[in-house]
Design a protein around this ligand. Structure first.
Ligand SMILES: [Zn+2]
Length: 421
């Protein structure tokens, strides 16, 4: 094992060990394993948007690193430069329309930054693996920082952020296969038209980098290496699909068509008698959530400017709901306004607009009523959008002795496990 401090310091003596450890901000004992898969083919890498639309950011490498400008060739300087001050904070900024690294400008619209083994670095204090790309935004007034990382190393940073690492190994393995499939699907569907494949937030799947890793999570990743879920595609061929998942379905998972608008056989919704065994009662049944009517109108107008035509929103009624025999989820709402106009919105969009954290308005398996100048969301069940695998349900199934494959085929029926490599 060669850690960012440990390996370097072992070679250079105890004094340097203390100095490097102090700069790097970690205890000398701690060792980060080298990043596996750095020689993987490009199709097995992922591009994660780490920092969006900023004028500067701080990176810190545990090893030497090379910066390569867009217009550089192998010989040219200053298009390519080696930095050999491991542990030092390095500022990335914009100056005169050019990206600067530690004050040195680089030509072109982007630069690649490649650290040596163990290929680990910090961006704004959080630790990640792989390499970095800095891309100037259109208008040349800000830039994005994108993490290029081998898929399996990426998953180690996702699964530990999406599920507690002390959960059952088979639940962690099911989560890993779902996260791998989801990532590859989003990359294939949307990655071609932009400089990155996924964000690091709940908008896609939460990516915590090295800080989310643990031995249990790496075991789940390694034991499922390259495994994904496939199903029949609309054109009749077989392929991956968006294996959505969420915390607690509340008794029945939702048809993806009603939430995300896409139709795949494994995403039609299934009964889940499991999550109530694992979810805390206050998450399985969540307490009344109240929001000021004026605040709801304001948030909706900001997110959907066309709703300004409605004036103040005076009524929110259920336009459509799913019904799975005792489990009802709001899927579409009708918004009526003081101008007499009305419009429709997906219930999940209403939920995440009114409460972007989702911590109070935890699902659309609830009822909406008005009381005075407040909107009340009551009789709530579950946590999250409810599509695909129910994470608490997966844990309950694993506790009962079910294998990862059984868990996945329960939540994604009519799919099968396949290998991409
Ligand atoms: Zn469930």
């Amino acid at each position: 094992m060669a850690g960012p401090c440990f390996a370097k310091c072992w070679r250079s003596g105890a004094l340097l060990l203390l100095v490097v450890a102090a700069f790097w901000g970690c205890k000398p004992r701690r060792a980060t394993t080298p990043t596996p898969g750095m020689d993987a083919e490009p199709g097995h890498w992922v591009r994660v948007l780490l920092v969006d639309d900023v004028g500067s950011c701080t990176v810190k490498f545990s090893s030497s690193f090379e910066v390569i400008g867009e217009s550089s060739d192998l010989q040219s300087e200053p298009g390519r430069r080696l930095f050999e001050e491991p542990g030092a904070s390095t500022e990335i900024a914009l100056s005169g329309g050019k990206i600067t690294v530690a004050g040195r400008p680089f030509e072109g619209g982007h630069v690649s930054i490649r650290p040596e083994e163990p290929h680990v670095f910090k961006v704004n204090g959080s630790e990640y693996r792989g390499t970095l790309k800095v891309v100037i935004d259109s208008g040349a007034e800000s830039f994005d920082v994108i993490n290029y990382i081998p898929l399996e190393a990426y998953l180690a940073g996702v699964v530990g952020a999406e599920m507690p690492n002390y959960w059952e190994p088979e639940a962690l393995k099911a989560q890993t296969i779902a996260a791998r499939t989801y990532c590859l699907y989003i990359k294939k569907r949307f990655g071609g038209g932009r400089a990155w494949d996924l964000t690091r937030t709940q908008a896609h799947q939460v990516y915590g980098g090295v800080g989310a890793e643990s031995a249990q999570i790496w075991q789940a990743v390694n034991q499922t290496q390259g495994r994904v879920l496939v199903c029949k595609q609309p054109d009749g061929t077989e392929g991956i699909f968006p294996t959505y998942y969420s915390s607690t379905c509340g008794g029945h998972t939702e048809n993806s068509k009603n939430v995300f608008g896409d139709s795949f056989e494994p995403l039609a919704g299934v009964r889940c008698s499991y999550c109530k065994e694992v979810a805390k009662p206050r998450f399985y049944f969540w307490p009344l959530a109240q929001f000021e009517a004026a605040e709801v109108t304001e948030k909706l107008r900001q997110r959907y400017p066309n709703l300004k035509e409605l004036g103040q929103i005076t009524d929110i009624t259920v336009a459509e709901h799913s019904d799975y025999g005792g489990f009802r989820r709001l899927t579409k709402v009708k918004l009526s306004g003081s101008t007499g106009r009305s419009d429709f919105l997906r219930a999940e969009d209403l939920r995440l607009t009114v409460d972007p954290t989702g911590r109070r308005l935890r699902s659309t398996m609830c009822e909406i009523t008005k009381s005075g100048d407040k909107w009340l969301f009551s009789l709530g069940r579950g946590y999250g959008h409810g599509v695909g695998m129910c994470q608490c349900g997966a844990q309950a199934m694993a506790r009962e002795g079910k294998k990862a494959e059984e868990i996945l085929l329960h939540y994604y029926p009519n799919s099968r496990i396949s290998r991409v490599y």
